[in-house]
Design a protein around this ligand. Structure first.
Ligand code: FE
Length: 232
């Protein structure tokens, strides 16, 4: 048997993985990033084949990893983790620096970053594993704690987005009783849409069901899409 609760005991951090160059770049949120060896310093990331950033890593052969601070706001998780770089420029308006290769590096809410050159790529099914050799790293804030995936899940009540290697499909466990108003929670930031009250601040009137929300509706706090909500 496979007990998914056992998998939640694996510890991870939360990172912004970016790639591209000075003209074009994108980034996504990863929890599966780890150091493989120290001599030389080599790292591994696992990126969904659906991620736009994966295409950029393949094309450029570089990626950067920014370590998020524990107090990183939900907007950052939503922007990079729950929306696609094909739909909008995730790096626009962000505080960026560029690595030795020109790879964009996200500094917002980051406490450290590493820039890596891809030295090996392994197809692991739904994801690509990119093994990288360290080119540059910098500690940005030696005092702040890094955000861990456990903290994000347990304290912040966040979940993994669909493209994460550790995603678990919660919809299998949910069933709304028809006729009753339901509440839907954004798995990125914790915002709750209540069908009974609607969201008057955002011009959604009371009694609007989740299914009736207009096409293209996204979380008013973090921008996550409808499928990233779960029924409470
Ligand atoms: Fe949200």
């Amino acid at each position: 048997m496979i007990d998914f609760e056992a998998l939640f005991k694996i510890s991870y951090g939360l990172y912004v993985v970016s790639s591209g160059n000075k003209d074009q770049g994108s980034a996504y949120i990863a929890n599966t990033f780890s150091q493989m060896t120290s001599e030389p310093p080599q790292f591994a990331i696992f990126c969904s084949k659906n991620n736009y950033t994966t295409e950029l890593i393949k094309a450029s052969g570089v990626y950067a990893v920014s370590v998020l601070a524990q107090d990183a706001p939900p907007e950052i998780i939503g922007r990079f983790g729950f929306r696609s770089g094909r739909d909008f420029d995730k790096l626009e308006g962000m505080n960026l620096t560029f690595g030795t290769t020109g790879c964009p590096i996200v500094l917002n809410n980051a406490i450290a970053f590493m820039e890596c050159k891809v030295i090996n790529t392994i197809d692991v099914g739904t994801h690509m594993m990119f093994i990288g050799q360290l080119l540059k790293s910098e500690l940005l804030d030696g005092e702040a704690e890094p955000l861990t995936y456990a903290y994000y899940r347990n304290i912040r009540k966040g979940f993994a987005p669909k493209n994460a290697p550790t995603y678990i499909d919660k919809s299998k466990f949910e069933k709304k009783i028809s006729g009753n108003f339901g509440k839907y929670e954004c798995t990125a930031c914790g915002y709750i849409f209540n069908e009974e009250t609607g969201d008057p601040d955002n011009h959604i009137k009371a009694g609007t069901t989740f299914g009736e929300l207009p096409a293209g509706w996204t979380c008013p706090i973090c921008g996550a899409e409808k499928e990233d909500f779960i029924l409470l």
